[in-house]
Write a protein that binds this ligand. Structure first.
Ligand code: FES
Length: 107
């Protein structure tokens, strides 16, 4: 299922998309770096809340870590690991995606 055109994804800027996963509409975070795209559920492992402060608007630290807008946990965007805050040591739930014919698709 196409999620977004690769050209619509800026480098090193998290982007929120919604998709149908198992019959439910879910929010995903896409992150493009060096032409590769990773995806995680937009669900914080601390309290299960969305991490954007407004739909699709994410806070980042100066060193490009994602900040959960609810209680401030920080996450590396190369592996989704929480590096600080109430869920330190936990990891965002990864979603398998790939780039096919110029589009980011669920695998
Ligand atoms: S819900 Fe994200 S840090 Fe609490």
């Amino acid at each position: 299922m196409p999620l977004i055109a690769l050209d619509s994804l800026p480098e090193q800027q998290p982007v929120e998309v919604e998709c149908n996963l198992g019959g439910d509409v879910e929010s995903l975070i896409l992150f493009r770096r060096d032409g590769e795209v990773q995806a995680w559920m937009n669900v914080c492992p601390h309290a299960g809340r969305r991490m954007d402060y407004a739909p699709g608007q994410f806070l980042l630290t100066r060193d490009q870590q994602l900040v959960c807008a609810v209680h401030g946990a920080t996450f590396r965007l190369d592996d989704g690991a929480c590096t600080g805050g109430p869920c330190r040591g936990q990891t965002l739930l990864a979603v398998a995606v790939e780039v096919r014919d110029g589009e980011v698709v669920l695998v």
